[in-house]
Design a binder for this molecule. Structure first.
Ligand SMILES: Nc1ncnc2c1ncn2[C@@H]1O[C@H](COP(=O)(O)OP(=O)(O)OP(=O)(O)O)[C@@H](O)[C@H]1O
Length: 266
């Protein structure tokens, strides 16, 4: 169970104009701006739910995922995941979660994927027989085969993403955070990744929180959708609730979302 209550996160950003004289000025005086990345966010996600977390660029999605993963600390508010506070009980917490950041890699760049997996096995202290069983299952489902013997830097984006997803699941976490897992993937790879996530949720009852700008991901995967804009939670409902906001009869999901962003001025 994921319980978030009245969570806030502010970032301090320093700004200066370009140029040498501005750089010198900045030594004495820095312009500091406060960014309210998250503003009084509350939601609860039950075990086995599959939830889409959507919103425009800079809305606060990744900041939320980072807090839920224990990487960031909120300014205030509470967050309990399976009875633990992520950033306070990080070592135990990470055993319960898998995280994939589509724009970043958790794999070591220059070594074969299998070496990265074995390092993760040691970090998570996964028993050997369980590791082998999970690896065999993931290799089959994600068609990893030869990829396991290839260094991450020699893989295509789609191949690497399949390995990233496998890496996040080696320790059989109960919760999976996916931050733009299909970004940049071709149609075939997207379908494969979506299919896998759906199976993982159905067969292992894995709770999934997914951020994406691809509305087909949402259509294919999310039973429930959270909409965030300018750090505020604006909508929490089913996919059909979301679709009821259609601006015209034959509107696509992209058009519905664009209309929602317009209506909420985000
Ligand atoms: N480390 C940081 N330092 C300063 N500001 C930050 C930092 N991380 C995020 N922000 C700011 O917080 C706000 C929310 O950012 P966040 O990355 O959570 O958005 P997002 O919804 O994931 O966006 P996107 O869809 O573009 O990935 C943005 O205004 C961003 O500039």
């Amino acid at each position: 169970m994921i319980q978030v209550e009245h969570m806030n996160k502010t970032f301090k950003v320093t700004r200066r104009s370009a140029g040498f004289s501005e750089a010198v000025k900045a030594l004495f005086h820095r312009e500091v701006e406060l960014i309210h990345a998250l503003n009084d966010i509350s939601f609860t996600i039950g075990d086995g739910e599959m939830v889409g977390y959507i919103g425009p660029n800079g809305a606060g999605k990744s900041s939320t995922i980072k807090i839920l993963s224990g990487i960031l600390t909120p300014d205030n508010g509470t967050c309990m995941i399976n009875g633990r506070i992520p950033w306070k009980e990080r070592k135990e917490h990470v055993k319960d979660i898998g995280v994939v950041f589509g724009q970043r890699s958790q794999l070591w760049w220059d070594v074969p994927i299998l070496d990265s997996f074995e390092l993760l096995r040691d970090i998570y202290e996964i028993p050997t027989h369980q590791y082998q069983e999970t690896l065999d299952e993931l290799t089959g489902l994600l068609s990893l085969g030869e990829l396991l013997r290839t260094p991450a830097r020699q893989l295509s984006l789609g191949q690497r993403m399949r390995c990233e997803i496998a890496a996040s699941l080696l320790h059989r976490p109960k919760i999976l955070f996916l931050d733009e897992p299909t970004i940049g993937l071709d149609a075939v790879s997207k379908l494969a990744v979506r299919d896998f996530i759906r199976k993982q949720n159905k067969e292992h009852k894995t709770t999934v929180l997914l951020t994406t700008h691809d509305m087909q991901d949402i259509d294919a995967l999310a039973d429930r959708v959270l909409l965030i804009g300018r750090g505020r939670l604006l909508l929490d409902g089913t996919l059909s609730d979301l679709k009821s906001h259609r601006p015209k009869e034959e509107a696509t999901l992209d058009e519905i979302i664009a209309a929602l962003y317009r209506d909420y001025r985000i």
